[in-house]
Design a protein around this ligand. Sequence first.
Ligand code: GDP
Ligand code: MN
Length: 423
Amino acid sequence: MFALPSASRAIAGRMAVSARVPALGTMHVRNLNLHEYQSQNLMKDWGVSVPKSVVVENVDDVLNACKQIGTPKMVIKTQVHAGGRGKGTLSSGLQGGVHVIDSADRAQELAKQMLGYKLKTKQTQGDGVMVNKLMIAEGVDVVAECYFAILLDRATNGPVMVASAEGGMDIEEVAHSRPDAIFKEFIDINHGPTDAQLENLAKGLNFEGDSKTQSKEVMNNLYKMFIGVDSTQVEINPMCKLSDGRVMCVDAKIGFDDNAEFRQADIFAQRDTAEEDPREVEASKYDLNFVGMDGNIGCMVNGAGLAMATMDIIQLHGGKPANFLDLGGGVTESSVGQAFKILTADPKVKGILVNIFGGIVDCGLVARGIIAAANNLGINIPITIRLKGTNEEEAQKLISNCGLKLTMLEDLDEAAINAVKSA
Ligand code: GDP
Ligand code: MN
């Protein structure tokens, strides 16, 4: 799925191409998004200092949460899967999804204007995302805000630490207008960061004395976490120097490698689907990858490469894809049925193009799945099918003899033209 843009994207985009976060490559990947409070709990487990916090879902719980925090200054923060909250706007009219406060009354007042409203930020789409959770945290006395991230670098085939002394809410602007204020250290994945590298980073971030030692420890522990949890991206903005000399991570965004789901069960169990596209959530239950778009042709494909090619060719012939649904490798008749159900549930879909390459996948099985789905669901939109590879002759026979209005074409151009014309 398209990942939400993050500051690290803007920053990586300003760096050498080599360090760019893959854009198209992530299209078929379901990225796990954690909330800030979940990321902070994880960081705490790895010995990284974060502010004490409590999560609430109801205004009635705010008072109690403030008592638990018990500091004179507190911060109230919307928990959504998007950055830029500080400068965002709520649909209640409230400016800012992050506020520093000095009383529980104020916390309640703000919670009333946050919970149940949508937050719109630079990183959200449409009219924003619904706020269902708030974090109330100890308010720390910040004297400097830095940016620190660990990303994966293509050219060096390994992690890269990216840092800037000018962190905080304007980091995208810094990345854009003063890219030299951002520096990096490439990490040897077999050895982790050297002391000299951590020293360079800490100095570049203007940490001195005990704060410098602490910041090195924070960065080193973040790196251990990055490796230990199969992370693909850790972004801390801001990593703060406090007035008492402590170094603390005040905000966090952590991305995970979906292929590691089997060994990071605890982390993936924290997935909050409330903000995700319900069609995508439904698809993922059947190991299907769904990506929604604006057009009117539903695409059923196998493999991300074929998905791109299919979308390109639809556009070449003047059409627009409504979505694409990637069946992946382990296709069964019933997963084809589920795929059709998801594709046709969208009223915008006026036609379907199936483009499957049968390598491991048996075209006969796909054909039977399509016919069963078309019968069961009573699909009355035009369906164009291109099945190539293993058992395509059987598939052709099944489709010709099924008595349904299915068009099977061998040539991808012809199939795309047919799908565009008939939709
Ligand atoms: P974002 O806007 O979504 O990136 O949300 P952040 O969690 O980064 O919060 C936005 C800004 O609020 C930070 O850049 C800080 O300047 C400020 N902030 C957050 N927590 C604290 C805190 O405990 N104390 C102080 N003084 N400022 C904070
Ligand atoms: Mn931030």
